[in-house]
Write a protein that binds this ligand. Structure first.
Ligand SMILES: Cc1ncc(COP(=O)(O)O)c(C=O)c1O
Length: 400
């Protein structure tokens, strides 16, 4: 019989170790393959971001950590173009950022104007319905966006609407919504409605100026153009939206209560809300630091160049892109799968033979497409060439 000894306080304890190894001791450690993540996200991360996760673990209540939260909040505000209000991060993925904005700012029975032209716009509609809002639903086919005029008309017809929701960069289609124009037009109209924008695929990859454009609530995720590991949702909320959190006795779920998050992130002395996943926070902190070190304008230009380059490559090979060129995102390219080709099978070959992940269509409403991401550290011509070369191997005649 084998004994192990340990000390608890001044007490010496002995425990019996099993004479035979338990069955699960033979389970091997997980060794994921090294992939090029050229799909809709996550994207690959800089080694310095992974390295940051090996820094000493300290607690979410450590004063040194609170100090750093303020630095992180400032960096998040900078990538969002916000000095007003509060910018911080939820310890959950982008979906929770999406839902938090609705649960904090919309009460059951409120009227909300929501534009959807893809999978994530549809998810916002669904969350609003579940909240019990009266939803003025404006939709456009996959590959387009709802025109701003339509949104402004709906707002004029529903002057009691408390919020307008749009997806700035629709990852399921590769379409950009003209958010700046919408924000400016809403301000000019004098409406009291808040503007809510999904910035998940936009953040760190294309300009965002929440203050200047009049966007009241925005959320994102960590794993795309910011290029940190998944699971976090940087959010940003204007002062006037903060004042409306939980208005008129509206119930807000505790874990997503943005006012409680602000007490932890920004107010000092801080108040415990939940135990933050600090190693992931270190990684996001480093990814934000690297983004700002690169310079946001330089980073956006790099994404624009990589996107234009890979899109030209697909067009040269005879493939059609889903959106019109004027609406095309740089960081996400939706390529139509040509008639007679099994898009999923091609994805499988790219993954299993070339170690390259590309996305497929998302949800039952999507047309057959591949979704190619040029995001974060992958937003460059070398990565684009690698993806195009792999397609050339699998489909030597391009789209023909
Ligand atoms: C536009 C958009 N919104 C929301 C989400 C949801 O984010 P997450 O998967 O991190 O929860 C995604 C994820 O890809 C997205 O692309």
């Amino acid at each position: 019989m084998e004994l192990a000894t340990y000390h608890a306080g001044n007490q010496r304890m002995e425990i019996v170790l099993s004479a035979t190894a338990p069955e699960h001791a033979t389970i091997e450690s997980f060794q994921p393959p090294t992939r090029l993540l050229a799909g809709p996200g996550p994207s690959n991360v800089d080694p310095r971001v992974l390295e940051a996760m090996r820094k000493p673990l300290i607690s979410h209540l450590d004063p040194v950590f609170w100090e750093r939260l303020l630095v992180m909040a400032e960096m998040i505000g900078t990538v969002y173009g916000r000095t007003d209000g509060a910018s911080f991060c939820l310890s959950q993925s982008g979906t929770s950022g999406m839902e938090a904005g609705i649960l904090n700012l919309v009460a059951p029975g409120d009227t909300v104007v929501a534009a959807s032209a893809g999978f994530f716009g549809n998810r916002i509609l669904e969350m609003l319905r579940r909240r019990g809002a009266k939803v003025v639903e404006l939709t456009a086919p996959f590959g387009q966006h709802v025109p701003n005029d339509q949104i402004l008309d709906a707002l004029a017809q529903n002057p009691n609407a408390v919020m307008v929701c749009v997806v700035y960069a629709e990852t399921s289609t590769g379409v950009a919504h003209p958010l700046q124009e919408l924000g400016e037009a809403m301000r000019a109209s004098g409406t009291d409605a808040l503007l809510y924008a999904d910035c998940v695929t936009a953040i760190g990859g294309m300009p965002i100026e929440l203050d200047a454009w009049g966007v009241d609530y925005a959320y994102a995720c960590s794993q795309k153009c910011i290029a940190a590991p998944p699971g976090l949702s940087p959010v940003s909320i204007s002062s006037r939206a903060i004042e409306r959190i939980g208005r008129d006795g509206m119930q807000v779920p505790y874990s997503l209560d943005l006012a409680e998050h602000i007490k932890y992130w920004i107010d000092r002395p801080m108040t415990y809300h939940h135990t933050t996943p600090n190693l992931s926070y270190y990684a996001l902190d480093e990814a934000l630091r690297l983004s700002l070190e690169e310079g946001l304008d330089v980073r956006y230009a790099r994404h624009a160049d990589a996107g234009a380059y890979v899109q030209a490559g697909f067009r040269e090979r005879g493939f059609d892109l889903l959106p019109a060129a004027s609406d095309q995102l740089a960081q996400l390219t939706a390529v139509r799968v040509p008639e007679g080709i099994d898009g999923k099978a091609i994805q499988g070959i790219l993954l299993n033979t070339h170690n390259i992940e590309v996305g497929g269509g998302l949800g039952p409403l999507s047309p057959p497409i591949w979704r190619i991401g040029m995001m974060g550290v992958n937003a460059n011509r070398e990565t684009a060439d690698r993806v195009l070369a792999a397609f050339d191997t699998v489909l030597p005649n391009g789209a023909h």
